[in-house]
Design a protein around this ligand. Structure first.
Ligand code: UD1
Length: 420
């Protein structure tokens, strides 16, 4: 199993980094290829484990996939001959549920293994199912699979009683081929949902309200192929800015999407970072120990749960105490014991953690159980005394492209080590 070895230092980060395409936009957009018999040409796709898993998932169903290994993927779903997303793949990536809506809408049938629990909570998919049922699907759960059938789905008004990102995406894709208009209320407003919407529009869909809680989708008989460049990853960019807040220094993030990062950039400014943005770049300068900042997570445009662990790492070495409240997932504090092993002072009760900033962390062998938690341990390692060894980095590889190279290029001492 691979590990990351990080040698902590007082050296500030300095230089330029290119931000990759967003994992959470790439995955639904790749699944949108199922809506058409023509080819979807995607660029700025991050080469991540979850992207490889989605390729396998689609290829298993009969999709033809060509990739250049850098950032382009062409997907053609003309000949789909298996309508199942099997447990073996779904269990490694919950986002596999995103094939349900498009397959049902185009082929009238789909079987997707229930994702089950995951490290950061139970994460049900009841709203995906209820929404498709409201569009006329016949759905049952058998042998661990969601089995769905429908003639042509019918447009309807569906109010989601919780904001769900992949739920909104699944229903938006299904509605794009349904008969008549679908109105999704309390829809997720995340930029990745809008990026999927923009791609669907290029494929011929009629969608209004992207970026608002009400999406109106007029179903079409057929969608066609198109070209689409995936939006920049706001979570990757935010993670590197947290690393900068901790190490101090100056970074220029290129190919970024600062307009999708308001809540995160505001908090970093409160922490003391000087930030300047252009359309697709962020210049950030941090010259002193960060001020502790309070965080509570909520759906976009509020502060993202996917940045909670990284801000906690920053608060560990900040000046002052802070509270961090996790409102989206019930079990997303697994990085706390690991950060405490590195000398942090964090207590938590229910969904709120209290972090007292300490002047120094100390390197340790740590292990993370989810993607963003792993990222928090890596950036904590950058400023810890001695060596930090982060185990189980397959979690990191699900969502960060070449993280050791990108951080290494701006001055971090970090290497990937086999075995251990
Ligand atoms: C997506 C993101 C993930 C991010 C999360 C919240 C992808 C591939 N993943 O996950 O990185 O952390 O949004 O921003 O885009 N819920 C229900 N019923 C449902 C669906 C969700 O109760 O049918 C609840 C969940 O348990 C959770 C909340 O809604 O408490 C938000 O979950 P959701 O937005 O669906 O997360 P994902 O789409 O799985």
């Amino acid at each position: 199993m691979e590990q990351l070895h990080i040698i902590g230092s007082d050296r500030p980060l300095k230089g330029e980094m290119v931000i990759s395409g967003a994992k959470n936009a790439a995955l639904p957009i790749m699944c949108a290829a199922l809506l058409s018999d023509e080819t979807l040409h995607l660029s700025n796709v991050p080469m991540l484990r979850d992207v490889a898993t989605t390729c396998r998932l689609l290829a298993d169903m009969g999709a033809k996939i060509e990739q250049d290994g850098v950032s382009q993927i062409d997907i053609c779903c003309k000949e789909i001959n298996d309508f199942r997303a099997k447990y073996d793949l779904v269990k490694t990536m919950r986002a596999s549920i995103l094939v349900l809506g498009p397959m049902l809408a185009r082929f009238g049938q789909a079987q997707v293994s229930l994702p089950g629990g995951c490290a950061i909570g139970s994460r049900p998919v009841d709203l995906h199912i209820k929404g498709l049922q409201a569009m006329g699907a016949d759905i049952c759960i058998e042998h661990g699979y969601i089995k769905a059938k429908a003639d042509r789905l019918k447009g309807c008004r569906f109010v989601m009683d919780a904001v769900t990102v992949t739920g909104t995406e699944n229903l938006m894709m299904a509605a794009a081929l349904a008969d008549g208009e679908t109105v999704l209320e309390n829809a997720a407003m995340e930029p990745e949902v809008s990026d999927l919407g923009e791609c669907l529009i290029k494929m011929g869909a009629e969608i209004t309200g992207l970026g608002t809680p009400t999406l109106r989708i007029k179903g079409k008989e057929k969608l066609h192929g198109t070209r689409h460049a995936i939006i920049a990853d706001r979570i990757e960019a935010g993670t590197f800015l947290c690393a900068l807040a901790m190490t101090r220094g100056q970074l220029l993030l290129k190919n970024a999407a600062p307009h999708t990062m308001d809540a995160v950039l505001d908090k970093l400014t409160e922490a003391g970072m000087v930030i300047e943005c252009g359309k697709d770049w962020i210049a950030a300068d941090m010259q002193h120990r960060p001020n502790a900042v309070n965080i509570h997570t909520a759906p976009y445009p509020a502060f993202p749960t996917d940045m909670q662990a990284q801000f906690m790492a920053m608060n560990c070495i900040a000046n002052g105490a802070s509270t961090i409240t996790e409102n989206i997932f019930e079990n997303r504090f697994m990085h706390i014991p690991e950060l405490n092993r590195m000398g942090a002072d964090i207590m938590f009760n229910g969904k709120t953690a209290t972090v007292k900033g300490v002047s120094k962390l100390s390197g340790a062998k740590v292990m993370a159980t989810d993607l963003r938690a792993s990222a928090s341990l890596v950036i904590a390692g950058l400023v810890a005394d001695g060596t930090t060894i982060v185990d189980r980095i397959y979690h990191l590889d699900r969502g960060y492209e070449h993280i050791e190279t990108k951080l290494g290029n701006v001055g971090a001492e970090i290497k990937r080590v086999k075995g251990g």
